[in-house]
Design a protein around this ligand. Structure first.
Ligand code: TYD
Length: 145
C-alpha cells in the first residue's frame, strides 16, 4: 500500500488537567491506530545531534516529546514535512515506509516512542538510496493503467 506523509498526523492525546499536575494516557488501538508492543526513549541527546535517518517497512510508531522539544522530519519519497513536537500531550503518528530524521533537540529533552512491534533489525531500511528507489518503484507500479 502506498503511504503518504499526509497519513502522518499529530494526535491530540487525552489530558487530565489537575492543579496537582497534569496526566496523559495512551491506550493501544484506542488513542492510537495500533497495538503497543514496545516503548523506547531517547534522552541525554547532545546539542546539534541528529537521530533516526532510516525507515521501517512495517512498523507503526507514535513519537512524543515527553519533555522539552525536537523536530521530526518525515519523507515518503516524494514529499517532506517537518513537525515540531513540544508538548507531552501531542503524539506524532508515523506510518510504515516513512524516511525519518530527528533534530533540533532542546537541552534535557526526552523523546518517547511507542512502537507496534518488538525490535527487528530486518524491518529497518537504513540506506537512503534504497528507500527512495523503493518509493519511486512503488509510484511507477501505481501509475500503470
Ligand atoms: P536506532 O533505531 O538506529 O536509533 P535512532 O533511530 O534513534 O538513531 O537504534 C540505535 C541502536 O539501538 C541500534 O544499534 C539498534 C538499537 N536498538 C535496540 O536494540 N532496540 C530498540 O528497540 C531500538 C529502537 C534500538
Amino acid at each position: 500500500m502506498k503511504r503518504s506523509v499526509n497519513d502522518c498526523v499529530i494526535l491530540d492525546l487525552p489530558k487530565i488537567s489537575d492543579a496537582r499536575g497534569n496526566l496523559t494516557f495512551i491506550e493501544g488501538n484506542s488513542h492510537i491506530p495500533f497495538d503497543i508492543k514496545r516503548v523506547y526513549y531517547l534522552y541525554d541527546v547532545p546539542g546539534g545531534a541528529e537521530r533516526g535517518e532510516h525507515a521501517h517497512k512495517d512498523l507503526h510508531q507514535l513519537i512524543v516529546a515527553i519533555s522539552g522539544s525536537f523536530d521530526v522530519i518525515l519523507n515518503d519519497g516524494h514529499e517532506e514535512r517537518r513537525f515540531h513536537l513540544n508538548r507531552s500531550y501531542f503524539g506524532l503518528y508515523v506510518c510504515p515506509m516513512m524516511w525519518r530524521g530527528l533534530d533540533n533537540f532542546s537541552s534535557g529533552s526526552v523523546c518517547m516512542v511507542l512502537a507496534s512491534d518488538i525490535y527487528d533489525e530486518n524491518d529497518y531500511i537504513r540506506e537512503r538510496e534504497v528507500f527512495f528507489q523503493l518509493a519511486q518503484d512503488e509510484q511507477n507500479d501505481h501509475s500503470i493503467p
